[in-house]
Structures are given as structure tokens and as C-alpha cells.
Design a protein around this ligand. Structure first.
Ligand code: HPA
Length: 249
């Protein structure tokens, strides 16, 4: 039986240790190859699919990810809901490293990525509603699961999707802040928009890995980001196991 929930794991989450593996399969799509094999298994006794956004060995940078292949294959195999886990920098004062945030809005600053499925020979142009970019119901389940597990979370915030792979300048972060952004990451778009085009229910669990540029003294190092993510993934795993129970009830 194909599960109807998939987890897309980002930096710090290239595998799920608490997943009881049932299958692992490579796929090809009309848009090219997905980032990783499609892993099927059970989390807390519930069926789930896992895909590693940056590849099994974390080799694909944000601007090179084949977002269309990733979303297309999940839809094709019958997935209905996607929990996207993504590392971010904290902009708002209460978005300190270590917390989990569930954005309800986003602003897209990426460019040059394949951002739609409708760029072929279509007979008419379609526009999908994206007023609320994340699935409300799935966000509520994530918040509920996080609260049940006593996790330190922020329920509502705006995600800035930047191009990467470099981190931002302090001035760029000031601009994002004045635009109303609370957290910043590099992979939230076009992932969310492609999920919407396919009619998938999609929500993000953002893991704050560092203060965004200029928000704390000193430079941002990968060592610090990786250290923080390693610590936070324990919370993410607890959250995922708990939310899967709610989504598959
Ligand atoms: N900026 C963009 N993406 C990120 C950051 C950041 O500070 N931290 C983790 N992903």
C-alpha cells in the first residue's frame, strides 16, 4: 500500500533514523530524476514516504534541486500530503536558533528556477490560487503535534525564499525584514508552488539553524549550522512521528 503522506527532508535530515524501511526505489520522471530514491517505510507504525531534497549524500545545492521531478514523482505515486522540513535563518527577534517554525506565508526571491509545470505547449494558461501558500489543515496538525510534544515552536510567520547557495548580506536581511519576512531559507520555492499546481496539501516545518546575517555578531559558519541542526533534528523526529499519527487517522 502506498502511503499518502511524504516527508521531504532538507539539510540535516537526509534520512529518518526512526523509519522502519519497507522499500527504496529509483524513479525517472518527464522532468528528469528526483533528488533521491523514494524511500517507503513506517514511522510509529504509520506508512510514510521519504525523499532527501539535497540527495542522499547532501550533494545538490538549493538552486540545482530538481523541484519538478521531486514533486511530480510524489504526486505520481499517490501522495496527497507533503511535510517539508527545511533549515532556515532566523530574522524576527523570537526566531532564535533551535526553534521550529511553521510558516503561513512566503515571499519568493528566487530566480531562474523551473517554477511551474505549465511551461509546455498548453492550450490555455492556468493560474492557481496561492493566497495561502501552505495547507492550513496540515499546519494545524503540525502545531498540535508539536504542542503535544512540548516543543518550542512559532506558529505563524513569513518565509523568505532566497536563491543561495550563498547566505545573505546583512543589508539583504534588513530588506527582507522590512518586507515582513521572519525566517529565510533557500528551498521553499518553487517547492510550495509546484505542490499547489499538483493539488497537493503542503506545509513546512522550518528548523531555525542560525541567526540570519547581521542579526548576531560574527560570521555564520557551516559548522555552527550543522551543529545546531544535529541538535534540532531530535525534535523534528519527535514531531514527525507525532504528526504522522494525526495525518493518517
Ligand atoms: N539564509 C538562507 N538559508 C538558510 C539560512 C540563512 O541564514 N540558514 C539555513 N538556511
Amino acid at each position: 500500500m502506498i502511503p499518502n503522506v511524504a516527508i521531504i527532508g532538507g539539510t540535516g535530515l537526509t534520512s529518518l533514523e526512526n523509519l522502519r524501511l519497507t522499500s527504496c526505489k529509483d524513479y525517472h520522471t518527464p522532468y528528469g530524476d528526483p533528488s533521491s530514491p523514494i524511500i517507503q517505510g513506517e514511522l510509529g507504525g504509520k506508512p510514510v514516504v521519504f525523499l532527501a531534497r539535497h540527495g542522499t549524500y547532501h550533494t545538490i545545492p538549493p538552486h540545482k534541486i530538481n523541484y519538478r521531478a521531486n514533486l511530480w514523482i510524489l504526486h505520481h505515486i499517490g501522495i496527497k500530503k507533503i511535510i517539508a522540513v527545511a533549515a532556515v535563518g532566523g530574522i524576527r527577534n523570537d526566531m532564535m536558533p533551535g526553534i521550529l517554525a511553521f510558516p503561513d506565508q512566503l515571499i519568493d526571491y528566487t530566480w531562474g528556477r523551473h517554477c511551474t509545470f505549465s511551461d509546455g505547449d498548453t492550450t490555455h494558461v492556468t493560474h492557481v490560487d496561492f493566497t495561502e501558500p501552505y495547507c492550513h489543515k496540515l499546519r494545524c496538525w503540525m502545531v498540535q503535534a508539536a504542542l503535544l510534544s512540548n516543543l518550542d515552536i512559532r506558529e505563524s510567520c513569513t518565509y523568505a525564499a532566497t536563491q543561495g547557495p550563498r547566505l545573505e548580506t546583512a543589508a539583504e536581511i534588513k530588506k527582507l525584514e522590512s518586507d515582513g519576512c521572519d525566517i529565510v531559507g533557500m528551498t521553499g520555492m518553487p517547492e510550495a508552488a509546484l505542490a499547489r499546481e499538483l493539488g497537493l496539501c503542503y506545509a513546512t516545518c522550518a528548523v531555525v539553524a542560525n541567526w540570519a546575517a547581521g542579526k548576531a555578531a560574527g560570521e555564520i559558519t557551516m559548522t555552527d549550522i550543522e551543529y545546531r541542526l544535529r541538535e534540532s533534528m531530535t525534535h523534528v523526529r519527535v514531531l514527525l512521528e507525532s504528526v504522522i499519527q494525526l495525518t493518517t487517522n
